[in-house]
Design a protein around this ligand. Structure first.
Ligand code: SF4
Ligand code: SF4
Length: 466
């Protein structure tokens, strides 16, 4: 058994990988796709098509709206039917491009064959350009534009690229399936990123509850001409957290508010590695990803792993899979620990969609909330070394300064505290709010400092001119 894991906290929920045996199936195209302009971290993309335009599969339909942003491509060929706000998963209005699907005619220059391309281009800048042009974003949850993450600021150096194959959230199996079915492509993607980062140590970390994936990856790494390690990790949630992976693999701590690159680390999900491969070696934009349909109220034959196109309504996928099962009390996008309740099943899939999870009433029933008994279990479980009971109290008191002083901004929203609390206090909801308050204060201060510096510079410039 692997002993490699993060140092503090963590919990051991049942992994419930009910769909692990389900090979990836390709979803057919629906009649209409709704492509969100906000499917990445940063500024929303800006549409460059107009109503009535004909588009092809893979054609750029929106450009980045800022430095931290990403291109968006058409997931099918057809006609742009409308451009306007539409409700996302959480029920918020977000700009979407609606496409009436007429076929699947791809733009020129995309290699749709299965041929594995192992020779990596030499030009680092050209690789980054290709990743950017193909709209690749992190598919482990954060959807941070990949070309930005792979291009550390001057003075920062990547010492280790960690590929996250932990998939530590219960139920989810899409990463597991791509590690089995697209193994070599993922390894080539890792080698491309290794090259971009200057040839640093590269490790694929996989939780040991996926022995088939570990074996497949080791075999692929052995057969391909790159210097990459496969590292089995202890099964412990949240092993796939960025900071937890860095601690497990590099024995380094990312400080409060710091980025992984501050300790020489770059973390990318295995699905991102596959997207990098497709972008660089196949010129294929990111319009597909894999999603798990699972849950404890679904019979085995109705569990699936699907290759979806962005823009497919979740309701279309749910219907295709047999409909929302009777007894589903809660629908979640993501895993049961960190996922978000689906407020709108008509929301469209985005690049980072990972699941539709149906949970039964029995499994979602929580006891009556009572008073904190100061047992300390939430603090013991917190992988960030926080004191969730204290953050909960400070949040209720609205004490933003104390929340910041107690590092609420460092919460990774893993849910270990909620999972551990015998008093059924909604710790995750409350620490999420607390984190938002602390981050809001930090950002407001930074914006004020920037404005003051700009005003001082403008005044100095004016004086110099006079
Ligand atoms: S949700 Fe936040 S406070 Fe709770 S255990 Fe995770 S990191 Fe700690
Ligand atoms: S686990 Fe719950 S009851 Fe125990 S200290 Fe934390 S908040 Fe209080």
């Amino acid at each position: 058994m692997s002993k490699i894991t993060f140092a503090i906290g963590g919990v051991h929920p049942d992994d419930a990988k009910l769909s692990r045996g389900c090979a990836i199936e390709v979803l057919p195209l629906p009649q209409t796709l709704y492509v969100s302009m906000a499917q990445h971290l940063g500024a929303p993309a800006k549409p460059i098509v107009a109503v009535g335009d004909k588009v092809k599969t893979g054609q750029v339909i929106a450009e980045p709206g800022g430095f931290i942003s990403a291109f968006v491509h058409s997931p099918a060929s057809g006609t742009v039917k409308s451009i306007g706000p539409r409700k996302d998963l959480a029920g918020n209005n977000v700009m979407h491009v609606e496409i009436a699907v007429e076929g699947d005619e791809w733009v020129e220059g995309v290699d749709l064959s299965d041929t594995l391309v192992t020779e990596i281009p030499e030009d680092r800048a050209a690789i980054l350009d290709k990743i950017k042009a193909c709209g690749v974003v992190g598919l482990g949850g954060a959807t941070f534009p990949t070309h930005v993450k792979l291009n550390p600021a001057p003075g920062s150096k990547a010492e280790c690229l960690i590929l996250n194959g932990a998939e530590c959230e219960p139920y989810l199996t899409s990463d597991f399936r791509i590690m089995l079915e697209r193994t070599k492509e993922i390894v080539v993607g890792a080698a491309i990123m290794q090259k971009v980062l200057g040839g640093c140590r590269t490790v694929i970390g996989i939780e040991e509850n996926k022995p088939e994936a570990i074996a497949a990856m080791k075999k692929a790494v052995g057969e391909l001409p790159y210097d990459i390690e496969v590292l089995p990790l202890k099964k412990k949630y949240p092993q796939g957290g960025e900071k937890q992976l860095i601690q497990a693999v590099m024995h380094r701590e990312v400080g409060s508010g710091g980025l992984p690159i501050s300790v020489g680390a770059v973390v990318q999900n295995v699905a991102t590695s596959l997207a990098v491969y497709e972008a660089v070696q196949k010129n294929k934009p990111l319009i597909t990803n894999t999603l798990t349909i699972t849950g404890n109220c679904l019979p085995v034959e109705k569990q699936h792993n699907y290759l979806f196109r962005i823009g497919m309504p979740l309701s279309y996928i749910a219907e295709y899979a047999g409909g929302v099962p009777e007894g589903a009390a809660k629908l979640i996008s993501g895993g049961p620990m960190m996922g978000r309740a689906i407020a709108n099943l008509d929301a469209a899939t985005v690049k980072g969609s990972s699941s539709i999870l149906y949970l039964s009433e029995e499994s979602t029933k929580r006891g009556q909330e009572s008073f904190c008994i100061r047992c300390g279990r939430c603090a013991d479980a917190c992988p960030m070394g926080l004191e969730p009971f204290l953050l909960n109290r400070l949040y209720k008191a609205g004490d933003v300064a104390a929340l910041e002083a107690n590092a609420a901004q460092d919460c990774i929203e893993c849910g270990c505290c909620l999972y551990s609390c015998p008093a059924y206090i909604p710790l995750l909801d409350n620490v999420r709010q607390a984190k938002g308050m602390a981050l809001g204060a930090i950002r407001a201060r930074a914006a004020a400092a920037k404005a003051a510096a700009e005003a001082a510079k403008a005044a100095a410039d004016k004086n110099n001119k006079n």
